[in-house]
Design a protein around this ligand. Structure first.
Ligand code: ADP
Length: 488
């Protein structure tokens, strides 16, 4: 198919090689793979396909720069991150359009992601100059304790496709601020956003070797040799719990530092004293953002039976009004899902739920034609234990169940192996804090449907992961602590 001139111009201008040593380069074996537009199901360009030899080149380059980057003045590292922030904002339209092209989300959502994603560069440019240590006296009075923080060393970041920019900047920002070099292996569905970011960084003055990007059609040939190389010191990952566990196992050999942002199964609890209109607004954000393809997405809407019908009717009306189509077209609210596999999975979960007794209020089927579309869907009376409430949906499907008592709501919210985000709607302060305390998750939103904030620690408990990204905690993931003991 042919694209409008603005889109074609962007495609023609994109870096599509590997990014090593501050410039584009072909893969050593010369391989390339297709990048698919999920709105059409067709390839719109190709990108270089890295393998183990390319990984070795990138690691040589990262290790060659590690000492110098760590010794670079914090103010200088900060200035480069800040310049990259400015440059991303200046090119916001290009980044937004590119993410919509390779990932499918509606353009307004891509624009929001540019703002959110760029913010990690600004935030960590500010943190780069605030790395703290301490100097204290030992309790016995016979010694002094000096504690310093230094960069962990070369890092590998493996990122997912659902937020192609922000999941990169959330790792690159703190790594570079701390003085670490980094190799990014972006998701095979969305390799281009990270390549454009690498170019923007180079233009902003980042020395060659500090940041490399290795797109690959298959991850293990690139990641396994890197994890096996004793020069690598850390892996940071956002993606499925399944792959996170593989990476932790592979990190054991060299005892790597690990940060793992894994799957979620967020409960969205609406109590009978909630402001229902606000709760519906919140549910729209928590559920429909990114077409439901977010690890913080409200996977289970757990609604007090006293207000369930009213809430469900209002939510269904709002969802019925959403237009589905190519994310780069004007007025579209919901784009395609990322690929056929993902769409099949959403269809399976909905079909299982309906077979189990759930009622379809709207939607409930894939949309025929090119592209990977699925109808925005509301299911009520979902039976507890259905796969749609035990697995991550990652699609525009709201699964509603009811409850009568607060204890039942808490038990239902915690009835999952995951513990990333949770949402509570109530007008009672005591109840809000009591329930927030009782829910086993790394993040709780009270009367808000989006919790992500650059200044807050993003992370999960249970099978949702290890470590925090963002906030003042985010940079700690890239710092080692050293204790230097002195006599009095
Ligand atoms: P999703 O199911 O959302 O696609 P994945 O966890 O499969 O999430 O993918 C997230 C990232 O992990 C992607 O960059 C992908 O290429 C990478 N990945 C997938 N499998 C492996 C693996 N075995 N080893 C290392 N990285 C992997």
């Amino acid at each position: 198919m042919s694209y409008p001139a603005q889109i074609q111009r962007l495609i023609d201008s994109l870096p599509t090689g590997l990014w090593i040593d501050g410039k584009q380069t072909d893969a050593i074996d010369g391989n390339r793979f297709d990048v698919i537009d999920p709105a059409t199901g067709a390839a719109f360009t190709t990108v270089a396909d890295a393998n183990g030899k390319d990984a070795a080149r990138a690691l040589d380059s990262a290790c060659g720069m590690q000492r110098e980057w760590a010794a670079t003045a914090p103010r200088r590292r900060s200035d480069i991150l800040r310049a990259a922030f400015d440059a991303v904002i200046e090119r916001a339209d290009d980044f937004a359009l590119l993410m919509t092209l390779e990932m499918g989300k509606a353009l307004p959502e891509s624009r929001s992601e540019v703002t959110y994603g760029a913010e990690f560069l600004r935030w960590f440019s500010e943190e780069a100059v605030r790395i703290q240590g301490r100097y204290t006296q030992s309790p016995s009075g016979t010694g002094r304790i000096l504690v310093t923080k230094g960069p962990v060393g070369p890092c590998l970041a493996i990122t997912p496709w659902n937020f192609p920019l922000a999941m990169g900047t959330r790792k690159i920002g703190p790594a570079l601020a701390a003085g670490c070099t980094m190799i990014v292996k972006p998701a095979e569905d969305t390799p281009l956003t990270m390549l454009l970011l690498a170019k923007v960084f180079a233009d902003a003055g980042l020395p060659p070797g500090v940041l490399s990007v290795l797109p690959a059609a298959s991850a293990p040939p690139v990641t396994e040799p890197l994890l096996a190389d004793p020069r690598l010191r850390k892996v940071t990952f956002t993606g499925s719990t399944r792959v996170g566990k593989i990476l932790i196992e592979q990190s054991a050999h060299n005892l790597l530092r690990t940060s793992m942002e894994l799957g979620g199964n967020a409960p969205f609890v609406v109590f009978d004293d909630a402001d229902l209109d606000a709760a519906v607004d919140g549910a729209m954000a928590a559920k429909m953002r990114n077409g439901g393809q977010a690890c913080t997405a409200a996977n289970r809407l757990i609604v007090a039976n006293a207000v369930r019908e009213e809430f469900t009717a209002k939510l269904t009306d709002r969802i019925a009004a959403m237009s589905v189509g190519p994310g780069y077209q004007e007025g579209i609210a919901v784009g395609p899902l990322i690929n056929q596999k993902q769409r099949n999975n959403v269809a399976r979960l909905v079909d299982d739920a309906v077979t189990g007794g759930a009622k379809i209020r709207i939607g409930g089927a894939a949309i025929d034609g090119p592209g990977f579309y699925y109808q925005p869907t509301v299911l009520d009376e979902v039976v507890p234990g259905s796969s749609i409430v035990t697995e991550e949906i990652f699609g525009p499907v709201s699964a509603i169940t009811g409850f009568d008592t607060e204890a039942e709501a808490i038990a239902a919210a915690n009835d999952t192996e995951f513990g990333l985000a949770a949402y509570i709607y109530t007008q009672g302060l005591d109840r809000a804090l009591r329930v927030a305390d009782a829910i086993e998750s790394g993040m709780v939103g009270i009367n808000r449907g989006v919790v992500s904030d650059v200044a807050a620690p993003f992370g999960g408990v249970k099978q949702s992961g290890l470590g925090s990204e963002g906030g003042v905690e985010g940079i700690e993931e890239y710092l080692d602590t050293k204790y230097i003991g002195l006599t009095k």
